[in-house]
Ligand binder design. Sequence first.
Ligand code: FAD
Length: 390
Amino acid sequence: MQAASEYDLLILGGGCAGLSLALRLAESDYAGRVGIVEPRREYDDDRSWCFWAPDAHPLTGLVSCRWHRWQLSQRHGALTTRAAAGASYQYVNSLDFYDRALDSIHASRHIELLQGEAAERVYRLNGHLMVDTAKATLRSRWIVDTRPPASEPLAQSTLFQCFHGRVVSLAENSPAAFDPDAVELMTDMQTDPHGFRFSYVLPFDRRRALVEVTRFSRHPIARAQLDEELLELLHRRQWRPASFEREEAAVLPMGLPSASPEPMPGHVRAGTGGGALRAASGYGFLRIQRWATQCCASLVQDGPPLPQPAEPARQAWMDRLFLRVLRDQPEQAPRLFERMFQRVPGPALLRFLGDQASALDCLRLVTALPARPFLKSLVQIQRRDGSQLT
Ligand SMILES: Cc1cc2nc3c(=O)[nH]c(=O)nc-3n(C[C@H](O)[C@H](O)[C@H](O)COP(=O)(O)OP(=O)(O)OC[C@H]3O[C@@H](n4cnc5c(N)ncnc54)[C@H](O)[C@@H]3O)c2cc1C
């Protein structure tokens, strides 16, 4: 009989990536014994996952809100509103996702969630992969590691996307209400000594929305500062809150140096620590879902787990250059985003944002944007360190 601490697959981290894989394994023919090591004891509604997608797709059941129009504006500038036929910006509530995954995991006889445990050490012993937690030593054939990136590579990110938001319910006498038909993707775009900033608003109905302040900055920005800016935004837009339901905040790495996808044979990285977040946007939810589907398919066929796949080279190069422009010339950011959304045809833009861009789509993007800031950054890169972008 197999000892309690032996697994065919250990998943380190039961967040978005770990649970996405476990959910697929629970709903597949995979018969191996799976353990998920997760420090948190309780799951909260801690994030709002959004992405562009066709109106119908495999995750449709988890989408609780969708918007067919999205808006951008520079501070004091006119509003740009865009739409694309058949596609929408969609919202998955993290608690709905966690509940769905946990239900499937608990119903499965071969998947075990080890909650309240953290992986402290991963190593190889006598041909086996071993994981030490404070309570036990676990042994496994395969490891999928979705733990957050270590602090050292994190500190080397090109930029940090820092945001703080609150789900706001408006008072009856609020002078202004939300527009439930359009998401404010990047409004009030501006720059200041900390870099580029904008507002992000997901209106669930006229009286309730997630309102966020976002900054792309060279250094993490204190949450207290972002919260102050958020309250100022609510005041300026005349959204008078009756109550705040919950808060959501993060400091996401943009342009994280690439980690080894397979630190040891059989031990692969996925999720944010595996490079899942798009360098220039910080979006990762759909990438993680695609990876989970592919990784599950490999395991079901008795193959190895797959790491988060590397980004297509052309797109990675473009994103890294874009990120360098945002970092070195933040004053250009409002104009660049506005031009991108105004001039690139909707379907091509959505393919680019959704990692599905063709060479022609990339060309459309390049021709829509002013060349000068990109040339300037390329020259700076060559002069300063002669370094490669990827
Ligand atoms: C607030 C927020 C909003 C976001 N919104 C979007 C969005 O709208 N669209 C989008 O595409 N992307 C979004 N992202 C980016 C990305 O999709 C998410 O960060 C996503 O959760 C990344 O998945 P992950 O599994 O890599 O990390 P997580 O979901 O953070 O999971 C990592 C897990 O590892 C666990 N862990 C930590 N230490 C250990 C340890 N020592 N041992 C074992 N486990 C450990 C953690 O407890 C956690 O459960 C958002 C991120 C945040 C933080």
